[in-house]
Design a protein around this ligand. Structure first.
Ligand SMILES: [Zn+2]
Length: 439
C-alpha cells in the first residue's frame, strides 16, 4: 500500500518531507520517497491518497495507568492536601485497592480506543491493583491484543499491603514477561515496583535480579514529589537516584518515571549510568509535585519519553505541556523547541521503553503511523510544521492510525468498534469504584 499525504515526518530531528509518501508492506515501512517516484516504482499498489494531511510516526505513550480513567471525576470530600495524602487518603484506598479484573478490562478497552484516536500506537502501562492478583496482567493483555496496539504491560509490585503481596506482584511480572516471550506479538511485559518508600532494599534488588534473568527493563516511579527524596535522605542519607546508584542500579536497565524532585547530581547519575526517564508534565501539576528538570535531562543526554500518566490522555495536550511549562519556568522561549518535543513523543518514548525500530518513518522500521488533518488557519511550511501541529491540533484531528501496518482508525473512527458501548462499560465500572468513595 502507498500512503500519499502532503507531508511526511520521517524523524522530528530533520525537516519534514513535502510531497513525499510511504510504501507499507506487512508490518513495516518498505519505502519513503516523493509521490511521483513511489507511483512509478509501485504502479500496481493500492493507493491511499491523503491530501491536506501529515503522516507522522505514531505517538508512544511511555507511561500510562489505564485504570486511572475510572478515577476521573471521582467524588471526594476534599482535594488531597499534598503528594502523600494524595496516595494515602485517596489513590491507594479508593482506587487501586478497589480494582478487580472487570474494572481493569473495562478501563483498558476504552483507553486503548481513546489512545488510538489520539494517534498513540504504543504504550507502557503500570497497573497497581494489589487485590486483583494474580492474573490481572493477562486480563489486561487480552483486551490490548484484541485492540491491536503495541504495548509493554507491568504490575507495580509493592510491599505496602504485605510482604506476601509484594512477592505476588513480582511473580505476576515475571510470569507475564515469560508468557509474552513465548506467545510473540505486539504485547510484552516489564518488571516494575512502586518506589523506595513502599519497597525494601532486598525487594528492589530482587526485582532487578528477576528482570536481569529475563533481559527486561525495570520500571519505578522516582521522586514524583518532595516526599521520596526526603524519605531517602532521612533513611539512607542520600537522595533517591543517589540511593539507586549506591545500590548499583542506576543503569540502562532502569526506567525511572517522573524524576520531578531531582537535583543536578542526580541528573549526572542518570546520564552516566544510562538510566531512562519518562516525563509527565500535566500529571506533575495535578499532584502538586513540581516541574521536572526536562531541558537539563535532555541536555545531559538522558533517554527521555513522554507519558500521559492516565490523566489528560490527549497526547497533543501532553506535548503542549512539555513545550510550554519549561519555557515559563526558565523564562526562556527557546527551551524545548517543538521538534524536540515531537522527538520525545515518538522515537524518544520508544527508546525509553526499549522498543526496536519504532518511532520513525524510515524503511525497515515498524509501520506505526498516524495521519493528521493539517487544515490550519495559516499555511503549513517546512519551518513551522512541528510548531503548528503541536500547538493547534488535538485528538479530533487524527484521521487515521496504523499499528504494525494494520489500519485501526480510518476517517477519524475506530474500525469495527462501538465506542459508546466501551464507554457504557467503563461508566458501570466507575460507578462501582465510586460507590466505595461515597461510603
Ligand atoms: Zn504514574
Amino acid at each position: 500500500m502507498l500512503i500519499l499525504p502532503d507531508w511526511v515526518i520521517e524523524t522530528p530531528l530533520q525537516p519534514p518531507h513535502k510531497g513525499w509518501g510511504v510504501r507499507v508492506v506487512g508490518d513495516q515501512i518498505a519505502d519513503l520517497a516523493p509521490h511521483a517516484v513511489l507511483r512509478e516504482r509501485y504502479g500496481t499498489d493500492e493507493i491511499w491518497d491523503a491530501p491536506g494531511e501529515v503522516l507522522a510516526p505514531g505517538f508512544v505513550n511511555a507511561h500510562m495507568h489505564l485504570y486511572g480513567v475510572l478515577a476521573h471525576g471521582i467524588p471526594l470530600d476534599k482535594a488531597p492536601s499534598g503528594f502523600w495524602p494524595f496516595l494515602e487518603d485517596f489513590w491507594w484506598p479508593l482506587v487501586e485497592n478497589a480494582l478487580d479484573h472487570e474494572m481493569i478490562q473495562a478501563a483498558t478497552d476504552l483507553q486503548c480506543a481513546r489512545m488510538l484516536h489520539s494517534g498513540v500506537t504504543s504504550f507502557y502501562d503500570c497497573l497497581e491493583a494489589p487485590f486483583a492478583l494474580p492474573g490481572c496482567l493477562e486480563a489486561e493483555a487480552e483486551v490490548v491484543r484484541r485492540r491491536g496496539m503495541r504495548a509493554s504491560l507491568s504490575f507495580e509490585a509493592t510491599e505496602r499491603v504485605s510482604a506476601k503481596n509484594g512477592q505476588l506482584g513480582l511473580k505476576e511480572n515475571a510470569d507475564f514477561i515469560d508468557a509474552c516471550r513465548r506467545a510473540g506479538g505486539l504485547v510484552s511485559g516489564m518488571m516494575c515496583f512502586h518506589t523506595t518508600f513502599t519497597c525494601s532494599e532486598a525487594f528492589i534488588r530482587q526485582a532487578f535480579a528477576m528482570a536481569r534473568e529475563r533481559d527486561s527493563l525495570v520500571h519505578a516511579h522516582v521522586s514524583e514529589g518532595t516526599y521520596e527524596p526526603e524519605h531517602n535522605l532521612r533513611h539512607h542519607g542520600k537522595r533517591t537516584l543517589a540511593y539507586y546508584d549506591h545500590l548499583g542500579l542506576a543503569s540502562p536497565d532502569f526506567l525511572a518515571s517522573q524524576c520531578v524532585q531531582i537535583d543536578a547530581a542526580e541528573i549526572s547519575i542518570m546520564a552516566r549510568g544510562g538510566t531512562r526517564m519518562v516525563h509527565m508534565p500535566l500529571s506533575n501539576c495535578e499532584v502538586g509535585g513540581g516541574i521536572a528538570p526536562l531541558p537539563e535531562l535532555v541536555a545531559a543526554g538522558v533517554t527521555v519519553g513522554l507519558g500521559t500518566d492516565g490523566y489528560v490522555d490527549d497526547f497533543f495536550e501532553v506535548m503542549r505541556g512539555a513545550f510550554l511549562i519549561h519555557k515559563a519556568t526558565h523564562l526562556d522561549p527557546q527551551v524545548m523547541p517543538a521538534h524536540e518535543v515531537w522527538y520525545l513523543a515518538t522515537e524518544g518514548g520508544a527508546r525509553a521503553l526499549g522498543l526496536e525500530k519504532v518511532g520513525r518513518i524510515t524503511p525497515g522500521w515498524q509501520a506505526d503511523l498516524q495521519l493528521i488533518d493539517a487544515a490550519l488557519p495559516t499555511p503549513l511550511t517546512g519551518h513551522n510544521l512541528y510548531d503548528q501541529l503541536l500547538l493547534y491540533r488535538n485528538t479530533s484531528h487524527v484521521r487515521a492510525t496504523l499499528v504494525a501496518g494494520r489500519v485501526l482508525v480510518q476517517e477519524g473512527a475506530l474500525l469495527d468498534t462501538d465506542v459508546s458501548a466501551l464507554r457504557a462499560r467503563a461508566h458501570a465500572a466507575a460507578e462501582q469504584l465510586w460507590a466505595r468513595a461515597r461510603v
